[in-house]
Design a protein around this ligand. Sequence first.
Ligand SMILES: Cc1ncc(C[n+]2csc(CCOP(=O)(O)OP(=O)(O)O)c2C)c(N)n1
Ligand SMILES: CC(=O)[C@@H](O)[C@H](O)COP(=O)(O)O
Ligand SMILES: [Mg+2]
Length: 631
Amino acid sequence: MDLLSITDPSFVKKMNVHEMEQLSAEIRKFLIEKLSVTGGHIGPNLGVVELTVALHHCFTSPKDKFLWDVGHQSYVHKILTGRADKFDTLRQYKGLCGFPKMIESEHDVWETGHSSTSLSAAMGMAIARDLKKEDSHIVPVIGDGALTGGMALEALNHIGHEKTNMIVILNDNEMSIAPNVGALHNMLGRMRTGGKYNKLKDELEFLLKRIPAVGGKVASTAERMKDSLKYMFVPGMFFEEFGFTYLGPIDGHSFDDLIKSLEQAKRTEGPVLVHVITKKGKGYKPAESDTVGSWHGIGPYKMETGDIIKSKNEPPAWSALVSETVREIARTDDRIVAITPAMPVGSKLLGFAEEFPDRMFDVGIAEQHAATVAAGLATQGMKPFLAIYSTFLQRAYDQVVHDICRPNLNVFIGIDRSGLVGADGETHQGVFDIAFLRHLPNMVLMMPKDENEGRHMVNTAIHYNDGPIAMRFPRGNGLGVEMDAEMTTIPIGSWEVLREGTDAAILTFGTTIPMALEAASALAKRGIEVKVVNARFIKPLDEEMLDELLDRNIPVLTIEEAVLEGGFGSAVLEYAHESGHHGAVIERMGIPDQFIEHGSVDKLLEEIHLTAEEAIRKITLLVPEKQKKRV
Ligand SMILES: Cc1ncc(C[n+]2csc(CCOP(=O)(O)OP(=O)(O)O)c2C)c(N)n1
Ligand SMILES: CC(=O)[C@@H](O)[C@H](O)COP(=O)(O)O
Ligand SMILES: [Mg+2]
């Protein structure tokens, strides 16, 4: 069928198994073709084609509510709900979002992007349904990786206690981004093979009943022992213990299995968990054979070969630069321990893990746990390196406050993907970390201007022993600058003058430095001399340099690729006020008070006027006498 002609998913309900198999083949082909051009989360989506088709066959969306945990695997759902025609714009500016988006469709009932929220939201919807005496199925789909998120456990605990009608689909493909980790994962592994338990039980009963006279009695005892037998083979029946009816494990690519189990789940009172076994990347060899996690989320690729299309000799990715520098220092400093909450691939920690297998911990999707493990390590004189995306650090805010800053522990937080990340959009922009870290006592927060300064900053952080220190760095590659042979340390709280000027000053750091220098050189052509300062320490400020600037009463423009509210510019305003510079002329540029959607970073910067042109405009207005002289 023509996927582009789909307007709503009701057609799936009338399909037989053969037709659904055909539809699945077409969807797979469509995804492989489209994503070879746009990039995206190809692996997760190829793994849930049959599952998603079966869900739309057995349930009636949006009356029945599908919640896609993390949401990166919702492309098939988007195709079946009339959005196939938008896939050429996937994750692009004003295009199709890569995650569920209520504004796109009534079939997207819950927005995700951050992991492990679906069960809690589903519980909220189920409680509302029951209070309003409505009749619908609430069907969260959660992956084995997302299940390692603490919120999921909190939700299981509540749902099982309330015995709320809900059908949880556990999409188990043994992968998080990288191979999944943890005791939960191991337990699921035993459950996956647990299917043998049922066969073993039948064989045992059959044999026992053949023993003349006593056999029957023994068989019935064995029947009574069934649960303990089950306990022997299916560890703890974890979900049943939580009050769920456990169905599975079933083949997530077999419509017979899927439909039988989903229909049984619909007839079952109380919370049900259907354990569905799928293969990530199913149907596309390069993705299906991926055991590392490279095909979880990917850029454009050559469809025929699976070769990733990448521009040649790029400078190193920031994540690799930071993690490899930590690895280099770790060779002579055995205090260093690296911790990642399920992002070993994105944080480029596989090399560190290979060289120091005892000193790298992937704790699963458990940012709160990761932060407090780091704190615990620091109490014992170790030097933990918490490698974490800015957006996911939001999950561990209280642990940073309560367990790291308050006791003033020597934790080094590498805040990756700081600033706009682009295609992942609203849920992933790393723009809040300055605002939620700057106000924490004892916290040092810095951002390097390029990868050479980044190496010196990592070295500074490792050798800083006066409490928590965080270095934020962007998604993507460095500037390709020359690297110093030797690593040094940078004095904490010291800024750097990049360009002299007497008419105005721009204070900025990291990714917005090139734009500031561009603005300054354009203004110089108009006779306006602008000082550009690398304000590489967001906390503490370089008060000496700031005093010198403010004492000269020259206008100051702060620029940051982070939210304005409570950001670096706010810190400068606060300082000017508190230091008695009440007449200071200070303007700010940064992320406005709104969520920034998906699109290329350049396009997003343009949309929010975080550009050299805007800096020029603001500075020109700030130095009117120079402007008049021009006329
Ligand atoms: C709070 C949070 N931490 C980390 C991530 C990054 N992340 C996105 S998908 C993913 C793995 C999810 O694994 P699973 O739920 O099993 O889904 P699958 O990709 O296997 O379908 C991770 C760690 C995230 N989205 N949210
Ligand atoms: C869905 C999710 O949260 C991750 O897959 C995320 O998209 C990874 O981001 P990077 O591509 O920046 O590593
Ligand atoms: Mg998984």
